[in-house]
Design a protein around this ligand. Sequence first.
Ligand SMILES: [Fe+2]
Ligand SMILES: [Fe+2]
Length: 276
Amino acid sequence: MSADSLTALATDNAHLASTAAQQAYRDYDKPGIDRVRTFYRNNHQHQTYAFVQQKKAHWLQFQQRSMTPWEGLDFLNTLVDESDPDTELPQIMHLLQTAEAIRADGHPDWFVLTGFIHDLGKVLCLFGEPQWAVVGDTFPVGCRPSDKIVYPEFFALSPDAQDARYNTDYGVYSPHCGLDAVHMSWGHDEYLYHLLKPYLPEPALYMVRYHSFYAWHREGQYQHLSNAHDEALKPWVQKFNPYDLYSKNPKPPSLAALKPYYEDLMAKYLPAQLQF
Ligand SMILES: [Fe+2]
Ligand SMILES: [Fe+2]
């Protein structure tokens, strides 16, 4: 797929994408998809409002260990994302392909860097978190889930579905309170956002924080909670999305050849050691 068509796709509703190649992505009905169903059953059942508060209190202290960005990326090579029906490639190859596609379109270097590290938060798996608490599509907790979220039927298994505090459209929130005040299901997006907050420009932070929030950036849900600032930044998240999705190509670029460029890029924006 050409770089131009990647950019054009950013403004499309990808569910309505017309080509066979596009339809092949995020196709949860492919054969062998049971692990994805199981993944989302666990995710929707256990990602409650209380669970998210507990995870934030724990992980956002960043008391695990200090690692260079590369050490974090090296770990990701050992991880296979159960929630992703599209690729069996090592994570670092997904990151490299995402970043290279962004770079090929001439975007700013911070955008390229964002592509290269956007899944670094998956190191939570290294610290023992189950994958259903790290990866997959994210959604607000503390209010009724949208039926546009993948496998919405599994939300009936969540105790929050029976809790009057959490099972209305607004739940614990007020109209247009802004996404910063909304607690998202716990995962690599929210974790990495907090880790990178001091270092990257705001559009990059929105891409990191909401790249798995498909119900918002693709389906147009949750606009009763977002505010004007969120909606103004949403196009950046949408611009990022096709690079994340459609740059998955079974033919990997050369990590060795590209490593010096990405080392320089990380040195420009990130500290030598990141506190995870
Ligand atoms: Fe991700
Ligand atoms: Fe990704």
